[in-house]
Each structure stands twice: as C-alpha cells, then as structure tokens.
Design a protein around this ligand. Structure first.
Ligand code: 5GP
Ligand code: MG
Length: 178
C-alpha cells in the first residue's frame, strides 16, 4: 500500500498538531453552544474521530453519507445515501469533511441543513483544494490548503483503499492510469 504513494504531504504528527490547533479555535467558539458535529462519511471518519477527542465539551455526533465520486478520481453526481438521525433545527452545526474540492458536496449539504433550520453551519475540513472550486462554498476551519493533486490517506480513498494510511499523500499516477 505504501509503495503506491508518490510523496507524503502531511505526516501523522503534523496532522495531529494541526488538529490540536483547530480544536482549540473551535473550543473557544463552541464550548457553550452544544453543537451537532456532522461527519461526512466515509472520508471524514479519521479526521472526525481525532477532532472529537480534542473537543472537551457537550456536543452531539451524527453523520451523513453522501456519494459524489462513483469509483474514481472524477467528481460525479451527488446523492444522500444516509441521512442524519438528529433534528438540527435551532442547533449549531459543524460539518466535518475530509476535503473541499469542487465544493458541490458541501454546497448540497449546507443548503439541506440550512433548509432544516440550523442556527448556524460551519465547515471544518482537513484539506482544501481551492483551485478546483466550482460551487460557492468556503471552509471555516481548514487544516491545509493543498495543490490540485489526487490525495489519499487519513480517510481519503482511491477506489475504497488507502483510507487507513495515517498520513496524507499523493497517489502515484500509475495506480489510477493503468
Ligand atoms: P467535492 O468535489 O464535492 O468538493 O468533493 C467531494 C468529495 O470528493 C470529497 O469529500 C472527497 O471525498 C472526494 N475528493 C475530492 N478530492 C479528492 C482527492 O484529492 N482525493 C480523494 N481521495 N478524494 C477526493
Ligand atoms: Mg468526502
């Protein structure tokens, strides 16, 4: 698995340190707000769990599953595969994502949660690829801004694999161009 990685962009140690910083900022804003943390499966799983360990205040955890990438590296159609179990009306929502790419996924989710009457909605994303943005969304808490390369690890997959890598790396082109 590690042999398929061209280069490592962020090590586990770096990411954990960055999550410490983001958690501190979020704690300052949300400690008395009882927010709903909405994790976007499956990519945000690792980022969400690392973040949750550092948010030492009352909150609710829920998740959605939105499919946007069929089985490759090109963005596709968006559909809600798993909805929330929590009523978010009047609640402060923190959406946890792995990466904001074109932005279509988050635009879709943000609009949906807005319609349901969330008190506020902020986007927390480990990675942000602004070069690729098409939809009008911006992250509120971003771990790293990244170049337009196909990344895997720390939750991000290619064709269902590499999510369990503890770092974020660039996938070798030879892996998906064969
Ligand atoms: P969107 O294009 O809608 O902003 O991003 C949708 C989803 O595409 C992201 O949540 C993420 O799961 C996936 N995605 C976007 N860029 C990458 C990437 O570089 N690597 C991987 N593995 N997934 C990506
Ligand atoms: Mg995702």
């Amino acid at each position: 698995m590690n042999n398929d990685i061209e280069k490592i962009l962020f090590t586990e140690e770096q990411i954990n340190h960055r999550i410490d910083e983001l958690a501190e900022e979020m704690t300052a804003k949300y400690a008395d707000k009882n927010p709903v943390v909405v994790s976007v499966m499956t990519g945000a799983m690792m980022f969400t769990s690392e973040m949750l360990k550092r948010l030492n205040f009352k909150l609710t955890v829920d998740y959605v599953d939105i499919s946007s990438y069929a089985d490759g590296t090109v963005s596709g159609k968006i559909s809600l595969v798993k909805d929330l179990s929590t009523d978010i009306k009047g609640r402060h929502v923190l959406i946890m994502e792995d990466i904001v790419d074109t932005g279509h996924t988050l635009k879709y989710l943000k609009d949906l949660l807005e319609d349901r009457g969330a008190a506020s909605i902020k986007i927390v994303s480990l990675l942000d690829k602004p070069e690729r943005r098409e939809a009008d969304v911006t992250g509120d808490y971003i771990g790293y801004t990244v170049p337009n390369e196909f990344l895997v690890g720390f939750g991000l997959d290619y064709s269902g694999h590499y999510r369990n890598l503890p770092y974020v790396g660039v996938l070798k082109r030879s892996v998906y161009e064969k």
